[in-house]
Design a protein around this ligand. Structure first.
Ligand code: ZN
Ligand code: ZN
Length: 232
């Protein structure tokens, strides 16, 4: 996605009348969902209280609590990774659709505004090479307005991606962890309570590796905030 196309998109977004980012019907607010699409959102009503995996009922945490050495204290994922989130996230991630990103940030803001504020919001970093080819960083596009809305310090300086890893989706489960080992490094003085921010959590390997780096650098509480949780 070239910078020129992104700039053109921004311009079009600014001059066109507001439309629902899911169905395209005229809406009341820019970069938002219409009332009908909003009510059909796949809210994660009964998440595991630890890893946010969507469960059938709220009978307690899932098997994740049996794993030792958990590095993420709690995952917050307001939505399940189902339609229309499965459309909005790739639109932001691969097609530079910043209106989809703004809609997702609004949903995060709405769902997380009563949560205790962390000392820092840290978007999962993209490697500089991928940032250069894509032109923008989807986690940062979500984190920047969210940090502003919730009045949390945005800290893009605390975590660096030191290796340009292969996309996790291209790898089998066993290779995924190895692919990410030592891929992230914490920089500087890390505050006590940190919330990592990413678009979707599937296996959680990427977020775990980020949490390991932050803990080694001094964080004593690490949460993961994501738009949506996938089941597998
Ligand atoms: Zn709609
Ligand atoms: Zn769980």
């Amino acid at each position: 996605m070239s910078r020129l196309i992104l700039a053109a998109r921004r311009l079009l977004d600014a001059v066109l009348p507001p439309r629902c980012v899911v169905c395209g019907e005229p809406g009341d607010a820019p970069d938002a969902l219409c009332a009908a699409c909003f009510t059909r959102l796949p809210w994660n009503h009964t998440p595991c209280g630890v890893c946010a995996l969507p469960l059938c009922d709220d009978s307690g945490p899932c098997r994740c609590t049996r794993r030792r050495h958990a590095v993420i204290d709690r995952v917050l994922a307001p939505l399940r990774y189902e339609f229309p989130v499965t459309s909005l996230v790739p639109r932001l991630k691969f097609h530079g659709d910043l209106a989809a990103g703004r809609a997702l940030t609004q949903l995060l803001d709405l769902a997380l505004r009563d949560e205790p504020r962390p000392d820092a919001l840290v978007p999962v970093p993209l490697h500089s090479r991928r940032l250069a080819s894509r032109g923008y960083d989807q986690a940062l596009e979500l984190a920047r307005p969210l940090a502003r809305a919730l009045d949390i310090p945005l800290r893009t300086d605390l975590l660096r991606r030191t290796r340009d890893t292969r996309p996790q989706t291209e790898l089998r489960a066993r290779s995924r962890r190895r692919n990410l080992q030592d891929a992230f490094r914490a920089v500087g003085v890390v505050p006590g309570h940190v919330a990592l921010l990413d678009d979707v959590m599937t296996t959680g390997n990427t977020l775990n590796e980020c949490a390991v780096a932050l803990r080694e650098a001094g964080a004593d509480r690490v949460e993961a905030w994501v738009v949506a949780r996938a089941s597998a």
